[in-house]
Every structure is written in structure tokens, then in C-alpha cells.
Ligand binder design. Structure first.
Ligand code: SF4
Length: 299
């Protein structure tokens, strides 16, 4: 296939995936909501979960986004150096977002900063956001796509702590964010925590943490233990579904980390809402693809 046809094929696939993932939640999120819904005891919490599932059913039947805020599209791209479209990915993702905006349709969420106008296409200067990882000697391309809504973006926060703050300082920072801004996203929440050497590395990891499948824990035993402690701590706040109180505030807490400078602890929090619209797709060099986030996906 010539390059033009390959570009068209990948653009079309990504546009359809974006459209689909704005309507159908990924399998892990849906299952987690079912699990949490079945464990809530108050009739209000149970009713809210029923409403969420009714919303999912109608989104599918009517082919409409499951939340009105379809977000700014963000992509985490892990691309092999031998993938044939490595040079075309950014521009084709932009085109895919424009197409999905019409097809789905998606709400127009890209406002040019300072010029203050909405482009009407969900693309603009630097949007959609594309984060890159280059994989040597691979001919595959893996993409996590995420709809970053206004509500779930608001609780994001990052800072660098003094080294003496230690892991207690990290815990305090996360809990402060969750008790002050947490409700700007619709619970139950997925909480991403980045612990790294500076403010920008921690911030990026905290968003990356939201792409990890629910139920998977950090491969570092101590970080995994901290995920559990933070999850219990945030649950005890009692946000419940939609912040209307309940036993469970979160779908999970994911920590991602790097090594750090000994005199600094960069920490960041990023929050996904119950309508956590992420998708994960892997392309081979001929653009055959596997969607791992939605087993039933037909696009
Ligand atoms: S926080 Fe999530 S569910 Fe709530 S309005 Fe925003 S995108 Fe929708």
C-alpha cells in the first residue's frame, strides 16, 4: 500500500476509535463501576449507579457521547522507529480529531488561548496533545487516547516538595488535592499520582498513570502499597458516586515514578472521572490493529 493510503487508513481508524470511545466506556472502567455500584449500600448511591448504567445504555443505543464534555483529546504514542508512518502521526491524529468531531459529534473544546475563540474543530495550537515515546527497532505503534474533560482536568496539581517532606509529604499533598479540588471531577475517580524529580516529570507521569488498566498496580512493591493506602484514605472521605456520599470515592489510585534528585520530591495529581474515556490501540506496520481497551469494539 502506498503511503497516502496508509495515512488514510490510520486516520480513518483513529477517527472511528475516538468517536467510539466517547460513547462506550472501556471494559475495565465499566466493570469497576459495576463492582463499586454493587458494594454501595445507600439507596441514593445505588440509584446514581443505575443512572450511570442507563446513561451508558442510551449512549450506545442512540450513538451519542456518554458525557457532554468530550474533552480535549490527548494521545500517548509509543512508536517504533521502523513504524512506516512515524513522521505522519501528529498530523494524522489532528485530522482524525477533526473528523471525529463531526462524526460523533464531539463538543467543541479547543479555545485558542489569548485570542479567545473556539476553533470549532477540537484542534488548535498544540491540541490535540501528543506525548511521545520512541521504541528502537520496533515497527509497531501503540496509542492511548484520552478525552480530558474540564472537570477531570481541574483537580490536577503539581509541585516539588522539600526532601524532608518524605512520603508523608506526598500523602499529604495528594489528600489535600482530593479534599479541596477532587469534587470538580465526577466521582468515583481514578487518581493518578506522579512522583519524580521535577514538576513537569511528575505532572506527565500523573497523567500517564491514568492510562494504566484498572486493577494493575505499580511494579514497585512499596509504591503498590502506597496506592492501597491512598485508595483507602480517599475512600474514607466518603465522596461516593457523583460526590453524593457513599463508601467508595475512587476506582483506583495509580502511582508512576522515576528516580529523582536527592534534594527534591516532585509530586503531581491528575484525576480521571467515572466517565473515564480512554482507549488503547496497537497498530502493526501494515496497520492491522488490536483494540485492547474495548474487547467488543467494532469500528
Ligand atoms: S468530570 Fe467527567 S463525567 Fe463529569 S462532566 Fe466532566 S467529563 Fe463528564
Amino acid at each position: 500500500m502506498d503511503k497516502e493510503k496508509l495515512v488514510e487508513k490510520m486516520t480513518d481508524t483513529m477517527a472511528k476509535l475516538i468517536d467510539y470511545s466517547g460513547k462506550i466506556l472501556p471494559d475495565d472502567v465499566y466493570q469497576k463501576l459495576e463492582e463499586l455500584g454493587s458494594k454501595e449500600e445507600s439507596s441514593l448511591a445505588k440509584t446514581i449507579y443505575q443512572t450511570m448504567f442507563e446513561n451508558q445504555k442510551l449512549a450506545k443505543e442512540l450513538s451519542r457521547p456518554c458525557c457532554q464534555d468530550t474533552g480535549v483529546l490527548q494521545f500517548f504514542v509509543k512508536c517504533g522507529t521502523n513504524f512506516p508512518l512515524i513522521g505522519e502521526i501528529e498530523s494524522l491524529l489532528k485530522e482524525a480529531v477533526i473528523r471525529a468531531t463531526k462524526q460523533a459529534p464531539l463538543r467543541h473544546n479547543s479555545v485558542e488561548t489569548f485570542d479567545e475563540y473556539n476553533t470549532g474543530k477540537n484542534v488548535g495550537k498544540g491540541t490535540p496533545t501528543v506525548f511521545w515515546e520512541i521504541i528502537p527497532n520496533s515497527d509497531k505503534c501503540e496509542i492511548d487516547s484520552y478525552m480530558a474533560g474540564g472537570g477531570c482536568t481541574l483537580p490536577g496539581k503539581a509541585m516539588v516538595l522539600m526532601p524532608g517532606a518524605g512520603y508523608e509529604g506526598v500523602t499529604r499533598f495528594v489528600l489535600d488535592v482530593m479534599t479541596s479540588y477532587g469534587l470538580n471531577a465526577c466521582p468515583p475517580l481514578l487518581v493518578g499520582v506522579g512522583v519524580a524529580t521535577s514538576v513537569e516529570t511528575a505532572a506527565l507521569l500523573s497523567k500517564k498513570a491514568l492510562m494504566r488498566p484498572l486493577g494493575e498496580h505499580s511494579s514497585n512493591e512499596r509504591a503498590a502499597y502506597m496506592e492501597k493506602l491512598l485508595e483507602d484514605g480517599i475512600n474514607s472521605i466518603g465522596l461516593g458516586p457523583q460526590g453524593m456520599s457513599g463508601k467508595y470515592s475512587v476506582m483506583g489510585v495509580h502511582i508512576e515514578n522515576t528516580a529523582r534528585h536527592p534534594s527534591a520530591i516532585g509530586v503531581a495529581v491528575n484525576v480521571g472521572c467515572w466517565s473515564h474515556r480512554k482507549a488503547h490501540i496497537i497498530f502493526d506496520s501494515e496497520l492491522n490493529y488490536t483494540i485492547t481497551s474495548h474487547k467488543e469494539a467494532k469500528i
